[in-house]
Ligand binder design. Structure first.
Ligand code: PGA
Length: 231
């Protein structure tokens, strides 16, 4: 199975900046892939207003192993929910992945594991793959709430909050311990790591058994740094 590299742009970039990023990333990616074959699937998760820009660009690059993702979803179906983006709103945009329960959603938007479980159901009903984010303290509760869902239908992103948005990732021994806990609670399946992944620590992180890819914030904003993660 390919490793997954997700660019989580968070609330950064406008249309012009997204176009510039794509115009820079695309040739770099192709050049690198030609030099040395690698097995990565890239997911670009822009803010909602930039989905159309990214989606139509990827439409012209069908041969590349790239997909579009969203950073959140409404916990409701289409209807009277002002400001929320439902699964139905995304039809036609080729969205294949949804990051759900990111620690910034939990912290700044008061989302809890129960609400996130609801989003996971809607996401799956909409034919997208949920990327469910958890810190160690959320593993048990989130797993309990997802018991009814087959493990292979969703991806877990392990994101230790205190290591998000910096330059140093969590020590690999600590990551390993939580990966074991994730496997015990959720069962065997794809797990990504997120938290200060950058070109300086990516090799060490790739050596950790059980990491199937990365959810990247800061280093995904710069196309050169992002392409440099493909090892
Ligand atoms: P970071 O963000 O790479 O900037 O630490 C990761 C994330 O929040 O998903």
């Amino acid at each position: 199975m390919s490793k997954i590299l997700i660019a989580n742009w968070k609330s950064n970039k406008n249309i012009k900046e997204a176009q510039q990023w794509l115009a820079q990333f695309s040739p770099e990616f192709t050049r690198k892939a030609a030099l040395r074959p690698f097995d990565w699937h890239v997911v670009i998760a822009p803010p909602f207003p930039l989905l159309e820009t990214v989606s139509s660009y990827l439409d012209q690059k069908k041969s590349l192993p790239w997909s579009v993702g969203v950073q959140d979803l409404s916990p409701f179906a289409a209807g009277s929910y002002t400001g929320a983006v439902s699964v139905a709103n995304l039809v036609g945009l080729n969205v294949q992945y949804a990051i759900l329960g990111h620690s910034e959603r939990r912290k700044y938007f008061a989302e809890d594991s129960r609400l996130i479980a609801k989003k996971v159901e809607l996401c799956l009903d909409g034919g997208m793959t949920p990327v469910v984010c958890v810190d160690a303290k959320e593993v048990e509760n989130q797993a309990d709430l997802l018991r009814g869902i087959e493990r292979k239908k969703y991806i877990i992103a392990y994101e230790p909050v205190e290591f998000i948005g910096g330059t140093i990732s969590q020590p690999t021994d600590d990551i390993r311990r939580v990966l074991d806990q994730i496997e015990d609670e959720f069962g065997h399946g794809q797990v990504l790591y997120g938290g200060s992944v950058n070109p300086d620590n990516v090799d060490e992180l790739l050596s950790v058994e059980g990491i199937d890819g990365f959810l990247v914030g800061g280093a995904s904003l710069d196309p050169e740094a992002f392409v440099d993660l493909l090892r």
